[in-house]
Design a protein around this ligand. Structure first.
Ligand code: UGA
Length: 434
């Protein structure tokens, strides 16, 4: 089938290339011409495992076209809207403006019977408003909502092998058209569930807010473990083995970051507030506060370890908000670095793929390797669980630091190994936080 995908960011490019790999003829439309050029010449702006190969082979075999011209959507029978819905301002809800203008740019090229499918994360009510816009401007086309649950780092796999597909639709015809798009995935036994538009919107937002809540929950339990002498990591693991709870997103640490969990949790709080659900609003606002305060606690602990602030140096390993991505949006490690720099410390941050971060303090020094960051360091903090950090050699690093103190906020290192090599190894669970 001929399909268009409008917006080729972290969601849209993966979606477009994945649909091409399923055998569809896909046109990807992106208004940012610089991004179009980079996709076409194979120098993707984003680090996402498997994506470059998928895009390259789709471009080579002609199943994927990438342009900046909305007119190329003409002839496609399904049009996916995958543009961003950034926060309007901190705590002020989502900006649906990119969705509205993507739809407006598409309308002149729609044909009767075309299906427009929103994939972006939005509060309930957005799809109904866009459906009304579409009905006014192109009455013979229909709007559906099909939320995406891919996580960065595993985006290609998550797109091609989703846990289930959710179709927010207003007609059987729309569901049938989406079945045609996803047939190869459905053939593998993947379920699809039909909902109304608002349910499809809410289930996505609720999923991210729930994952954020789990992380803030376990971080509060980790604090209680620190005050009670309990083992926080073992507590988390045992909670996770209760099948009613589940193990994912129960890793205590620096807290969550990225372009989704923080924004979506605040967005749900904003939505709840405007719906008059004040307890719900306060609940999600508190999840966000716990997340922010978590890194503040860790920064304070680090500062307290240093006998003299002036001239002290901290190495932070990992700048991205999690491993296997170059995304630094709301990265907890960069937020932590800012607090330490403001306290007068010198901070060097290493990351295998991030070379600098927009908005980062200019005093923050970016280096490539852990070894460079740790040279002369008084404290080393592992902030992102990049696999390469597991293979660091504690014996070789010992003479290069000023003080062999390592804080493993993602507990991804082999603690025995580091302790045996005379390092003062701490995971954050035994930090006295107050
Ligand atoms: C998240 C959701 O997991 C996806 O389902 C969703 O589609 C996506 O947002 C989106 O809305 O686009 P992502 O932001 O890529 O995906 O990252 P996660 O793997 O969920 O991790 C989010 C943050 O939580 C990271 O900073 C991670 O380090 C942190 N985290 C995760 C913890 O602190 N503890 C954990 O146990 C798990």
């Amino acid at each position: 089938m001929r399909v268009s995908v409008i917006g080729l960011g972290r969601l849209g490019l993966v979606h477009a290339a994945a649909l091409a790999s399923l055998g569809h003829r896909v046109v990807g439309i992106e208004t940012n011409t610089e991004r179009v050029g980079k996709i076409l010449d194979g120098t993707l702006e984003i680090h996402e495992p498997g994506l470059a190969d998928l895009v390259r082979s789709a471009l080579t075999d002609g199943t994927l076209d990438v342009t900046s011209q909305p007119s190329t959507a003409m002839g496609a029978r399904v049009h996916f809207l995958t543009v961003g819905t950034p926060e309007l301002a901190f705590h002020e809800g989502f900006n649906a403006g990119y969705l509205e203008s993507a739809l407006r740019s598409l309308v002149p090229f729609l044909q009767p019977g075309d299906l427009v499918v929103g994939k972006s994360t939005v509060p309930p009510g957005t799809a109904v408003a866009l459906a009304a816009q579409l009905h006014r401007e192109s009455p013979d086309a229909e709007l559906a909502w099909n939320p995406e649950f891919l996580a960065e780092g595993t985006a290609v796999r998550d797109t091609l092998a989703p846990q289930r597909l959710i179709y927010g639709v207003s007609s059987q015809e729309a569901a049938g058209r989406l079945d045609e798009v996803y047939q190869p995935i459905l053939d593998t036994g993947t379920h699809r569930v039909i909902t109304d538009l608002a349910t499809a919107e809410l289930v996505k937002l609720a999923t991210n807010a729930f994952l954020a809540t789990k992380i803030s929950f376990i971080n509060t339990i980790a604090q209680l473990a620190a005050t009670s002498g309990a083992d926080a990591l073992q507590t988390a693991q045992l909670l996770g083995t209760d099948t009613r709870i589940g193990a994912s997103h129960l890793n205590p640490g620096l807290g969550y970051g990225g372009g989704c969990l923080p924004k979506d949790t605040r967005g749900l709080a904003y939505y709840a507030q405007h719906a008059g659900a004040m307890e719900a609003a306060q609940f999600f606002a508190q999840v966000d506060i716990i997340n922010t305060v978590q890194r503040q606690h860790i920064a304070e602990w680090v500062i307290a370890q240093l006998l003299e602030r002036q001239g002290s140096q901290v190495a932070i390993l990992g700048a991205s908000f999690k491993a296997d991505t170059d995304d630094t949006r709301e990265s907890p490690s960069i937020a932590l670095a800012h607090v330490l720099i403001s306290a007068g410390l010198r901070v060097r941050i290493a990351d295998p793929v991030v070379v600098a971060s927009c908005g980062a303090d200019s005093r923050l020094e970016f280096v490539r390797t852990a070894e460079e960051a740790m040279r002369e360091a008084d404290v080393t903090l592992v902030a992102t669980a990049w696999p390469e950090y597991r293979h660091l050699n504690p014996e070789a690093l010992l003479p290069t630091v000023r003080r062999p103190l390592i804080v493993d906020t993602r507990h991804c290192l082999d603690s025995e190994n580091w302790r045996n090599a005379s390092w003062d190894y701490r995971s954050m669970f035994n930090l006295p936080l107050h």
